[in-house]
Design a protein around this ligand. Structure first.
Ligand code: GMT
Length: 377
């Protein structure tokens, strides 16, 4: 099949899922075309079956807001014609799903099928905002198939929008052959190392938006490090960075907290960490938590959205109400202070990732969906 992928190329779970999906599909013999203003950050190295089409936008004094989405539509239509795409897979409803719809209108309805994958904030924050609500509803309804990355998000989509479109759940995935505990030392295998090492490492990765509650990460860490030697590694960037850095200074934790900014490759960081923290207010799935689990890290998180579908409560992590900093700190300490418990959770985290979310298990679900919308099965 020939598949066009539209996604956000910057750091963020939806772009990661779209890029990893494209790479995997190419590995299975499909031809994949990324159409974007920038090469997705995880799209590295040459692959003869992966094409990258850059959307260029000439500046014009009349445009206060350069119309990127119109240029994208134009480019998508051109790629459909030139490459003969079978499918456009739009990740994140706004604007990609609508751009796919407009491009299909330009080339002719029968030429290409549209799949929209909903990732979370495109529904829970952006899509439900009155300024985007109608257009989100429209683009969902005009897609040939719609998927959501968790059951919770699929249900929320049906609740928020009055649509009769079936929203199929296809979970996010991780390559568990690549995302593994540090060979011979990290994750579940590394309990010896963990016992011996002085400082435990807590890790948080996000886009530092208000919805991620990064100050809760700092407050949880403050309580944990008062009981066990520990350090906190913060990966990512966004508008909450300054508030978080300020809180670290106020709490006198500057020597124990590192802000690394956006990182293209988080695997080495996951392999050196002991616990993953995700105290978000909303989280449709929590891809960063899944990648952590694949590396054998138990997760301490809030019980929201799709997180309980990923992290098995009391098995691979502990979940708490949003803002329950004391609870989350207690959960971290229960894991860090009891070696046997930590070992069990670490093994279960790895096992959960391998058995339920491995890319080799999930990606064929997308292939089946593609085949069914283009009438091949
Ligand atoms: O967190 C965000 O707002 C960014 C968004 C994205 O595009 O990366 O994340 C969403 O999609 C991810 C990939 O499907 C999910 O793992 C995240 O849970 C989801 N974020 C939220 O629901 C807040």
């Amino acid at each position: 099949m020939k598949v066009g992928i539209l996604c956000y190329p910057s750091h963020g779970g939806s772009g990661v899922v779209a890029t990893e999906l494209g790479k995997y599909l190419a590995g299975r013999g499909h031809q994949v075309h990324f159409i974007n203003y920038q090469q997705p950050f995880r799209l590295r190295g040459f692959n003869p079956r992966i094409y990258y089409h850059e959307v260029e936008l000439s500046p014009y004094p009349l445009f206060k807001y350069p119309p990127y989405t119109l240029a994208l539509v134009n480019k998508v239509a051109a790629v459909i014609r030139e490459a003969g795409l079978d499918i456009i897979h739009a990740h994140y409803a706004i604007p990609h799903s609508l751009c796919a719809y407009l491009a299909r209108e330009l080339v002719g309805r029968d030429r290409v099928k549209i799949i929209t994958t909903l990732h979370g904030t495109d529904i829970t924050l952006v899509g439900s905002d009155p300024s985007f609500r109608e257009i989100t509803t429209f683009s969902i309804q005009e897609s040939d198939a719609v998927t959501a990355v968790s059951r919770s998000l699929a249900e929320e989509t049906s609740r928020i929008f009055s649509i009769d479109t079936r929203v199929e759940v296809i979970y996010n995935f991780v390559d568990t052959k690549l995302y593994t505990p540090k060979p011979g030392a990290g994750g579940a295998a590394g309990e010896g190392r963990r016992q011996a090492q002085r400082e435990r490492v807590l890790l948080h990765i996000s886009n530092f938006r208000p919805v991620k509650r990064v100050q809760d990460v700092i407050r949880v860490f403050a309580r944990v490090q008062a009981e066990v030697p520990a350090r906190l590694v913060m990966v990512g960037d966004g508008i909450e960075h300054f508030g978080a850095a300020q809180l670290v200074r106020e709490l006198g934790l500057k020597e124990k907290v590192s802000f690394l900014g956006n990182q293209d490759d988080v695997l080495p960081l996951l392999r050196e960490a002991d616990l993953f923290l995700l105290p978000s207010e909303k989280e449709s799935f929590g891809l960063a938590a899944l990648e952590a689990m694949a590396c054998g890290l138990p997760v301490v998180a809030s019980r929201v959205g799709g997180v309980p579908e990923v992290v098995e409560e009391g098995v691979s992590g502990y979940l708490y109400p949003v803002g329950d900093v004391a609870g989350m700190a207690a959960g971290c300490l229960a894991l860090l202070q009891e070696g046997e418990r930590y070992r069990r959770f670490s093994l279960a985290a790895r096992e959960g990732a391998v058995e339920r979310f491995d890319s080799g298990k999930i990606i064929p679900e997308y292939e089946r969906l593609y085949a069914s919308v283009i009438g091949k099965i």
